[in-house]
Design a protein around this ligand. Structure first.
Ligand code: F6R
Ligand code: MN
Length: 192
């Protein structure tokens, strides 16, 4: 454990503010290939490049048994009917699990098992907790109209592997149809 680490922090479930961490911000331009319609992203980027989400991560130590945690804030919005989403990742240490605790808003987590390729959709929002087992790709989507804020707590040696999903993306897509979230198979468009 890092002796300098401050073990008690302050957070605000409404704003997603968390003291003492390192902040990463992702804009629409960072998520171009995460959405199923990159052309629609490009169209939107002609007007603006909105902030989609922020994560403040606290890493008190890196020894065996230590934990890291982060507070995510994912803003509401859509691109061509697909809800604003996080990039999504596997953990580099594949067996590392994670607990997500919803604080504010309405959303979903898309979980994809690496071996079977099977997908699961779990609600994440105020009053919801989701256990993400190891060997599972995970992505968060905001299906509501206010910011979605949540904690993620994971082993310090979990690491983040974005590479595999950056190439092939998740098998499923969460889109709004008639005002409701619907999980669809991803259509693989032919590249020109
Ligand atoms: C940490 C974790 C979350 C995500 C956050 C942003 O292991 O799962 O804190 O980092 O939801 O998503 P990504 O990292 O996929 O951009
Ligand atoms: Mn994770």
């Amino acid at each position: 454990m890092n002796p300098e680490a401050i073990l008690s922090q302050v957070y605000d479930p409404q704003t997603g503010h968390l003291s003492g961490g390192m902040t990463v911000r992702r804009h629409l331009s960072d998520l171009r290939n995460s959405f199923s319609n990159p052309a629609a992203v490009d169209e939107h980027l002609k007007q603006e490049d909105p902030l989609l989400y922020e994560v403040v991560a606290v890493e008190p130590g890196d020894a065996d048994g230590d934990l890291h945690y982060g507070l995510g804030i994912l803003y509401p919005g859509q691109i061509d009917g697909e809800y604003y989403l996080t990039k999504g990742h596997y953990h580099e240490t594949r067996e590392a699990a994670e607990v997500y605790i919803g604080l504010r808003g309405e959303g979903m987590m898309l979980l994809e098992d690496e071996q079977s390729g099977e997908s699961r959709l779990e609600p994440l929002g105020a009053g919801k907790v989701v256990y993400v087992p190891g060997h599972t790709a995970h992505r968060t989507m905001n299906t509501g109209s206010e910011p979605l804020t949540y904690f993620g707590i994971y082993p310090a040696d979990a690491g983040h592997d974005y590479g595999a999903l950056a190439e092939r993306n998740f098998h499923k897509v969460l889109i709004e149809e008639n005002g409701n979230p619907v999980l669809r198979d991803r259509r693989i468009e032919e590249q020109p």
